[in-house]
Design a binder for this molecule. Structure first.
Ligand code: C2E
Ligand code: MG
Ligand code: MG
Length: 639
């Protein structure tokens, strides 16, 4: 009971213990908050305003009590004024807390202002009414409080703000940062508890104190430096970067961005000791904010594109001559520059561009690469995004289709197999060729699901139509290198074949040689498991960029597929003809069979079949066609 103010020589006291504690908490928070590194994000600004309002409220709380105690000696108007501005502070706190909550939910400023307008009018009108309406003051020993119309209006307004905040927090929980959601709910619970306690024990004035504790919770959970700062580097982190960018988009303010992606492994492999501190020292510029986006990516944001251009120019110039200096580590880096943020539809799209650039970098690890967000790159990214959506929709809606291209056996003079080729349709129902989406599915990893859908489709077709009865010995299915590097591939394929009761010799899997093969052990393991289960393999795309003869020797294959380019070159280029003949001889020598792809004319067909090539595939016989058409085709042709 030490926290009393002695008001007069009469020895009258006022208990202000809770308010003093509240003030101490708030002052401590203000000191912490003022000294921490900030980005001045929207929520940061409203948090700062709330800190100040809570401080003012605690002080006014004390002042109003002093006013009440001195009621006899002071002019009545002074006491009434002090009590009313204290009530006003309560209203302001309640409503600013609601506004703080909603900042997260409605990022679009115009929409936000429109939606919140009725509420704001309600609060302002209520506050005016509170100021005009009469107030009653109770003061008996230690018990002092206000009641009457003005006080009731205050309770109603605060209650509305609290209830509204709780409802919004619950309804919009998905859009809300989950920490903010919990913090806000805890805070609200504190307020309600304090108000209830005060209602039944009028001498316990807890509301101001509860507000201060509420601010402490918000600080700890949401506004402390740990939320925006990367602990290792002391730089702003990924989530604060996202918020910062989002905020610029909300107010349509343009900015420029320069991101650098450094591959520590690539650098270290080449003897460059990697150290982020020196990296950031070299980057430092007062014209930009630096963010540590991820382990190996940093982002500089400039408020002005001219700053970005001139900074990059001088920085690139500086590091150009230092490429042999192992301390720079910028040799194996990817730079992505966005000079005009407004070229993007929204914040998400801009951030996706950084990711997009990163994928582009994957094919180019060995040098410094600079990708600029120009029209061409942005539209490429958008096209890829469309493809991603197409793939996801097809998988979700189960609309992956498989076409079949018949393969003709020159020995049996009939169609003995077919290649299964995946097809997706865009919204208008038009077929999108696999060349457009397979690379993207590979990059995003969706190829695993897509490949599985194709595999299941083919198994179902064989199970339902029994094409072996028409003379089809097996169906060829393309496997991406990503699928082959999936530990579960063999297991999944075998399970699927069991599910549809497919005999293992009905399938032939087409593999390709690829420089991107990272896990050759898994690849070989899959192949040997499937092989011992009885599945045969073809080597696809032979004759394109990466045809290594060793591959044919290493891989457990039965068939080599000559690519269309190679087949065509055979007819037009004398040298290519020698290469093809030599390859043929070698492949036949190893006891393997050949499929010649891309045969389009009768003349080509005749020439190729004279050469002793076992199988022919091409538009000359048929384009890839839907399952039913394929079934009809083979029924007719093999009859
Ligand atoms: P690929 O495996 O080499 O398939 C042969 C491609 O050549 C097919 O293109 C086929 O329509 C086309 N083609 C066949 N004969 C002729 C011809 O006489 N003239 C011309 N101009 N083209 C011919 P498509 O269906 O567009 O597939 C392209 C590539 O996409 C495939 O090349 C394959 O690498 C990949 N792909 C297709 N389906 C799948 C799949 O289910 N999974 C995976 N991972 N990749 C697939
Ligand atoms: Mg193929
Ligand atoms: Mg092929």
């Amino acid at each position: 009971m030490d926290y009393y103010i002695f008001l007069s020589e009469r020895g009258d006291t006022v208990n202000i213990m809770t308010q003093v504690c509240g003030i101490i908490i708030i002052l401590t928070l203000i000191v912490f908050y003022a000294t921490q590194k900030k980005l001045y994000l929207r929520t940061e600004k409203s948090f700062a305003a709330m800190l100040v309002t809570t401080l003012v409220m605690n002080i006014l709380d004390i002042l109003s009590l002093v006013g009440i105690k001195y009621m006899g000696e002071l002019p009545e108007i002074v006491t009434v004024f002090l009590c009313k501005i204290y009530l006003l502070a309560i209203i302001v706190i309640g409503s600013s807390e609601l506004l703080y909550v909603t900042k997260d939910i409605f990022s679009n400023t115009a929409e936000y202002n429109k939606k919140m307008l009725p509420y704001k009018i309600f609060i302002v009108a209520g506050s005016v009414a509170m100021l005009i309406l009469p107030i009653d003051i109770y003061s008996e020993g230690m018990i002092m409080y206000t009641y009457g119309a003005a006080a009731n209006v205050t309770y109603v307004l605060s209650f509305v703000s609290i209830i509204f905040s709780i409802i919004l927090t619950i309804v919009h929980r998905e859009e809300m940062n989950s920490d903010r959601r919990t913090a806000v709910l805890i805070w609200m619970a504190l307020w309600i508890t304090a108000a209830l306690v005060q209602l039944f024990n009028p001498e316990l004035l807890l509301v101001s104190f509860a507000s201060s504790v509420g601010m402490m919770i918000l600080y700890i959970k949401l506004e402390n430096p740990g939320m925006t700062i990367n602990k290792q580097s002391g730089l702003f982190n990924h989530s604060s970067m996202t918020e910062y960018i989002q905020q610029h988009f909300d107010v349509k303010k343009s900015f420029a961005l320069s991101s650098f992606h450094i591959d520590p492994d690539a650098n270290e492999m080449r003897g460059c000791k990697f150290n982020w501190e020196t990296v950031y020292e070299q980057l430092n510029t007062k014209n930009a904010l630096i963010f540590r986006k991820s382990e190996d990516e940093g982002v500089l944001i400039f408020e002005n594109d001219a700053f970005a251009v001139s900074w990059e120019d001088s920085f690139f110039e500086k590091i150009k001559n230092k490429d042999d200096d192992n301390s720079t580590c910028f040799r194996h880096a990817l730079w992505t520059s966005i000079y005009d943020s407004m070229a993007f539809a929204d914040a998400n799209e801009l951030i996706s561009f950084l990711k997009y650039a990163e994928y582009k970098k994957a094919d180019n690890i060995d040098q410094r690469l600079h990708i600029i967000a120009n029209k061409e790159n942005i539209s490429n990214m958008r096209r890829e995004k469309d493809m991603e959506r197409l793939i996801n929709d097809a998988l979700k809606n189960n609309t992956v289709e498989v076409f079949y291209q018949p393969i003709f056996s020159t020995e049996k003079k009939k169609f003995t197999s077919a290649e299964a080729l995946v097809r997706l349709r865009d919204e208008s129902g038009k077929i999108v060729p696999p060349g457009m989406f397979i690379p993207i599915a590979e990059r995003t990893g969706k190829i695993l699901e897509l490949g599985n859908a194709v595999f299941e489709n083919v198994c179902r077709f064989i199970n339902e139509k029994q094409p072996q009865k028409l003379g089809i010995d097996y169906i060829e299915i393309n496997l991406s290198v990503v699928q082959c590097s999936d530990e579960k591939l063999a297991e999944n394929c075998i399970a699927m074949m069991k599910k549809y009761n497919i005999s293992s010799d009905m399938l032939n899997l087409e593999i390709t040689e690829s420089a991107e093969l990272r896990r050759k052990d898994i690849f070989m393991d899959n192949l040997s498991k499937l092989k011992s289960y009885g599945i045969s393999f073809s080597l696809d795309d032979f004759g394109t960029g990466q045809s290594n003869l060793n591959y044919i020797v290493d891989m457990p294959i039965d068939i080599v597929k000559f690519d269309r380019g190679m087949t065509n070159a055979f007819f037009t280029d004398k040298k290519a003809r020698y290469v093809m003949e030599a390859a043929m001889q070698m492949i036949h020598g190893m006891g393997l069979k050949i499929v010649s792809e891309g045969i389009e004319t009768k003349e080509q067909y005749e020439k190729i079949s004279e050469m002793g090539i076992a199988y022919i595939q091409g538009y000359y016989f048929s384009k890839p066609i839907p399952a039913n058409e394929f079934y009809e085709f083979v029924s007719k042709m093999n009859a």
